[in-house]
Design a protein around this ligand. Structure first.
Ligand SMILES: [Zn+2]
Length: 312
């Protein structure tokens, strides 16, 4: 992604996060078994597929990897396939959904963790952070959720054609998420969705997750609580930015949603991209990514889901 609509920078706070002792538990919880080194390895693998715009060989390889991991991890796999009318003509779009802990209860609450797996249509752009990191963290989540018991049904959603073909506007960009959000509204599933977290550009070595101003505040508060519990408070919500991203169509569908996005990628400033010098640049490559950032975001998000699950 993405596109910043406006930016208010707040001073960074240096208040140390209070680390609480983890609750005693005999079975390892998802945030404990989550493997950040594996998330990093998945990022490298996906970035290594090269350009991943819909229809490209790299896109096809990414789809195959996602389906292969979901099968290994015992997820119920669903697709949401359609053809989008774009400034480049008709484009086949493939959202991929992996569902964990599906019960027979038609009212079972659902929680969605999503991220886009396509990359910008730009020669030489491989999107190690913008595309590969979000794809990869969800793959590592699939591994962490395998065999876990949650009350909520957890959906991992790899959205397709998030990137605009020309410029982000009401009709260009977010193709996959707009289609899926509409579908969930139409078939009545939206009412069962307890919340939605979008992960985008979260592999940046210099990690700083924005407080995205369009996102649902009470859900951000849960993330903040989990981050502080793990001693990661300083990496979250130290600055504000409004961003058009895949969470927007879900918010419009009445679903509580948060864009978990590091919106400052490299140097910021006049003449540079509004989301940093490496955003949508061919310099978005693996040496900008760290396993530590994938660990901070991955463990925090999974612990947040665990906290929400206890109250579902
Ligand atoms: Zn992008």
């Amino acid at each position: 992604m993405s596109f910043p609509v406006k930016a208010f920078r707040f001073a960074f706070s240096f208040i140390a996060a209070v680390s609480l002792a983890p609750a005693l538990s005999f079975a390892a919880a998802p945030h404990e078994v989550y493997n950040a080194q594996q998330a990093y390895a998945y990022t490298a693998k996906v970035a290594g597929f090269g350009e991943r715009w819909p229809g490209s060989p790299g896109h096809q390889k990414t789809e195959e990897l996602i389906r292969q991991v979901l099968k290994k991890d015992g997820a119920v796999v669903a697709g949401d396939d359609f053809t989008a009318s774009t400034p480049r003509g008709m484009v086949a779009v493939h959202n991929i959904i992996g569902k964990f802990n599906v019960t027979a209860d038609p009212k079972q609450p659902v929680f969605i963790l999503a991220g886009h797996y396509d990359t910008l249509f730009k020669p030489g752009f491989i999107g190690a952070n913008d595309g590969a990191s979000s794809t990869a963290i969800l793959l590592a989540f699939a591994d962490a959720l395998a065999g876990q018991k949650t009350k909520m049904q957890i959906w991992l959603v790899w959205t397709d054609l998030e990137e605009a073909i020309k410029d982000f506007d009401a009709n260009d960009g977010l193709y996959g998420s707009r289609h899926l959000a509409r579908k969930l509204m139409t078939d009545g599933t939206a009412a069962r969705v307890r919340g939605f977290f979008l992960l985008d550009m979260i592999g940046d070595k210099d990690l700083g997750v924005a407080r995205e101003t369009g996102s649902t505040r009470w859900l951000q508060d849960y993330i903040e609580r989990a981050a502080q519990q793990l001693g990661y408070g300083q990496y979250f919500f130290q600055y504000e930015m409004g961003i058009i991203d895949d969470h927007a169509p879900f918010l419009q569908a009445g679903i509580a949603a948060v864009d978990v996005v590091d919106a400052m990628y490299g140097r910021m400033g006049p003449g540079l991209d509004g989301m940093g010098e490496f955003h949508h640049a061919n310099t978005d490559t693996m040496e900008k990514i760290s396993a530590k950032s994938l660990e901070i975001v991955g463990r925090t998000i999974l612990l947040t889901v665990e906290l929400l699950d206890k109250q579902s």
